[in-house]
Design a protein around this ligand. Structure first.
Ligand code: CDP
Length: 247
């Protein structure tokens, strides 16, 4: 039985709010939910506060999609896309950059043209299996925050904490639209909302590992919450579940 005696919590050497999360039992925090629900923003901040690794699985599906498009292959041609698996090497740098076969594609994978196609690629089982393998390997033996669509249900079902983060599609569209504008990505609010609806539909209707809350997940509706409020809520859940995070 887990009575908490196996863990220890150390103040981060730099002091302040950074906490070195040191557990003999690793912490796995899964954050799933529909497109643009703010998962990656929140996951990144939570991982930083806990001083553990953040893994953005959506970036991997996006990088694969970019490769398919660079090869001039129609993302809806399943077999042709699957045949590319051996040619794709994806690396998520600890500093957040995404590398595709050695090239930094961090910005390119956020292009609305990639967003429009990524859910087709993510619906192909063999591509998912290859990327899930990589995701599990990256999680390895360490504590992680991993975000995506199927982390709590399929990739890391043993996660200690599973969050399902939602917001109304209108709220999500405004957030992504503003995020795109701040990054210099051209789009309209209507096109963003259409893309989110389109991806949510494909993501939740695919046969293999669809987008859905794990039965043991905690639902957080962020429609009327700030980023900080969501982060605090999750840190609170972590604290209640595994003990004090404030040294
Ligand atoms: O950031 P945003 O919510 O727009 O999407 P993302 O997390 O970057 O994911 C992009 C796409 O990858 C999703 O729409 C899904 O089609 C796919 N995906 C998935 O199928 N499974 C995951 N674990 C993560 C992403």
């Amino acid at each position: 039985m887990d009575d908490g005696s196996q863990r220890d919590y150390l103040t981060h050497p730099r002091g302040g709010f950074g906490i070195l999360w040191k557990m003999k039992n690793k912490l796995i925090l899964a954050i799933d939910g529909p497109a643009a629900a703010g998962k990656s923003t929140v996951a990144k901040l939570v991982a930083k506060k806990l001083n553990i690794t953040y893994i953005d699985t959506g970036a991997m599906y996006r990088a694969f999609t970019l490769f398919v498009m660079q090869k001039g292959i129609d993302p809806q041609r399943q077999q042709a896309c699957e045949a590319l698996i051996p040619q794709v090497k994806i690396l998520l740098a600890p500093t957040g950059e995404v590398f595709l076969n050695g090239q930094d594609v961090s910005k390119d994978i956020r292009d609305p043209k990639v967003s429009a196609q990524v859910s087709y690629i993510a619906s192909y089982k063999t591509i998912r299996l290859a990327l899930v393998d990589l995701q599990r390997h990256m999680a390895g033996n360490q504590s992680v925050v991993m975000d995506g669509r199927d982390i709590g249900t399929y990739v890391l079902p043993e996660a200690n904490i599973k969050i399902f983060q939602i917001a109304s599609v209108e709220t999500r569209a405004v957030r992504r639209y503003e995020e795109n504008l701040s990054k210099g990505i051209a789009c309209t609010l209507e096109s963003v909302e259409e893309d989110l609806r389109h991806r949510d539909y494909i993501d939740s209707h695919r046969d293999f590992a669809p987008l859905k809350p794990a039965v043991d997940s905690i639902l957080i509706d962020t429609s009327f919450m700030t980023v900080n409020e969501v982060v605090e809520r999750i840190l609170d859940i972590v604290q209640k579940k595994v003990g004090s995070i404030h040294a």
